[in-house]
Design a protein around this ligand. Structure first.
Ligand SMILES: [Zn+2]
Ligand SMILES: [Zn+2]
Length: 352
């Protein structure tokens, strides 16, 4: 089979690998679509490693496909079935106190199985998946939408972290896929209004079209903090989702645009310690929380909650999926995802 191998930085090569075989309680999936995640781009943007000395590795944790083979002991699934896949870097041990209470994403040995590090391989023709991570798809969920269920799982989890009330005004900082996903889930979850703040007007137009925001403020046109305060009568937003991370000043902005007694939920991954105006946070008595991946909400799978939201049509993934590439052009796919300003990309899919 063909698979993309990542050698560090932008060095991605499509190579021939032996086709994997499913073991007990596993299935073989023919991957049909895989999304490029912001976290995939962290490695891509890093200076190229010494490729010759570095073993390549497979990647791709936002994936869907069709079942190609069943391992021993797998029930309830059949060959040819379309499925969404919960990625393997999120598997918990199942026995620690976090796993037992449903917080598998907090498991100290998360992403390990039989003592080995696990990961999904969406940028490959085939991947072996743990059978219980495989979710059959209804016809109302397209292949493209199913590929980014992982992102929607993150959005459901973030909304769970900061219960959203029907009167809540929500601000979302960032117009990347995660910003769009959390805006959509917050609106579907009953937020009174979602204001999205980004650098450029174009994705904000997509956000409104996709039901991810009611209002948009572009940095290029106005100071985002002043604009959010302006749109909320000077009060600020009840809930602010920070979805940018990196070295952006967005945590500071989030604190400034939150209402007194409000909540800031950080979804972005910062590469340098972000500055924080703690006096403002203190004065407003903010709750600042982080949201990392997803697991369960009152015992229900957050991945499946996301799947049901897509299946019912309450959220639409398609307007966010801007680019499609075959596996052979995965380098171009990463280039488009890494330079959203010139490509106009929001979510880029690779179709192995
Ligand atoms: Zn991801
Ligand atoms: Zn555990």
């Amino acid at each position: 089979m063909k698979a993309a191998m990542f050698y560090g930085g932008p060095d991605i090569r499509v190579e021939k690998l032996p086709q994997p075989e499913p073991g007990p309680e596993e299935v073989l999936v023919r991957v049909r679509a895989a999304g490029i995640c912001g976290s995939d781009l962290h490695g891509y943007r890093r200076a190229r490693l010494q490729a010759s000395q570095e073993a390549g590795r497979q990647s791709g944790h936002e994936l869907m496909g069709t079942i190609a083979a069943l391992g021993p002991g797998v029930g309830g699934l059949r060959i040819g079935q379309r499925v969404g896949i919960e990625p393997e870097h999120l598997v918990g041990c199942g026995t620690c106190r976090y796993c037992r209470r449903g917080d598998t994403h907090l498991c100290p040995t998360r992403g390990q199985r039989h003592g080995e590090r696990q990961g999904s391989h969406g940028f490959s023709e085939y991947d072996v998946c743990i059978a219980r991570n495989v979710h059959p798809l209804p016809d109302s969920v397209s292949d493209d939408a199913a590929a980014i269920l992982d992102c929607y799982g993150c959005a459901v989890h973030a909304v769970r972290r900061v219960p959203i009330h029907p009167y809540a005004t929500v601000a979302v900082i960032g117009t990347g896929a995660i910003g769009m996903n959390v805006g959509q889930v917050a609106r579907a979850g009953g937020a009174a209004r979602v204001i999205m703040a980004g650098t450029r007007p174009e994705p904000l137009a997509v956000a409104r079209e996709a039901g991810a925001a009611d209002d948009g403020v572009a940095n290029s046109q106005a100071d985002p903090v002043a604009a959010v305060l302006d749109l909320t009568g000077g009060e600020g937003a009840d809930v602010v989702f920070e979805t940018v991370g990196g070295n952006a000043p967005t945590l500071e902005q989030a604190v400034k645009m939150a209402r007194r007694g409000g909540t800031v939920c950080v979804m972005g991954i910062f590469t340098t310690p972000p500055s924080l105006d703690e006096r403002t946070a203190y004065r407003k008595e903010l709750t600042i929380t982080w949201s990392n991946s997803y697991s369960t909400w009152n015992g229900l799978s957050e991945y499946e909650i996301a799947l049901e939201m897509l299946a019912s049509g309450r959220i639409r993934a398609e307007p966010l999926i801007t680019h499609h590439f075959p596996l052979d052009r995965i380098g171009d796919a990463f280039a488009a995802a890494a330079d959203k300003r010139s490509s106009g990309a929001i979510k880029v899919l690779v179709h192995p």
